[in-house]
Design a protein around this ligand. Structure first.
Ligand SMILES: [Ca+2]
Ligand SMILES: [Ca+2]
Length: 115
């Protein structure tokens, strides 16, 4: 489990998210990402808690929780992990418009994104 909830984006809780599941849609899906946001999901396949971050140069998400993402912005983003000595490492690059149904080897590792 990650550290404290430090983030700038909107957070939509599980109960609220569940209430947004519409008939006919897969119940495994989290909240659909809105255009212009760098979205992260707690679970693979865009499930669980959803974090939508506006497309700034830095997009914060709760540490060590994201397992899938949808970059619904006009910019590519680097998914970053905090490393020792106040450094950070790049885990992956997500081109604009691209979705990752799973972060595979780096699930629950992302701490923020940078353009
Ligand atoms: Ca996760
Ligand atoms: Ca991390």
């Amino acid at each position: 489990m990650g550290s404290t909830m430090k983030f700038a984006g909107k957070v939509i809780g599980g109960a609220f998210a569940a209430s947004l599941v519409i008939a006919g849609a897969s119940p495994a899906l989290g909240v659909a990402c809105l255009s212009g946001n760098m979205c992260s999901y707690e679970n693979i396949n865009y499930g669980g808690l959803t974090w939508m971050g506006a497309s700034g140069t830095f997009v914060e998400v709760p540490d060590d929780r994201a397992s899938s993402a949808h970059n619904y912005t006009a910019y590519g983003y680097y998914a970053k992990n905090n490393a020792a000595f106040a450094q950070e490492e790049t885990l992956a690059y997500i081109p604009k418009g691209q979705k990752h149904s799973s972060f595979s080897g780096w699930n629950d590792m992302v701490d923020h994104y940078r353009r």
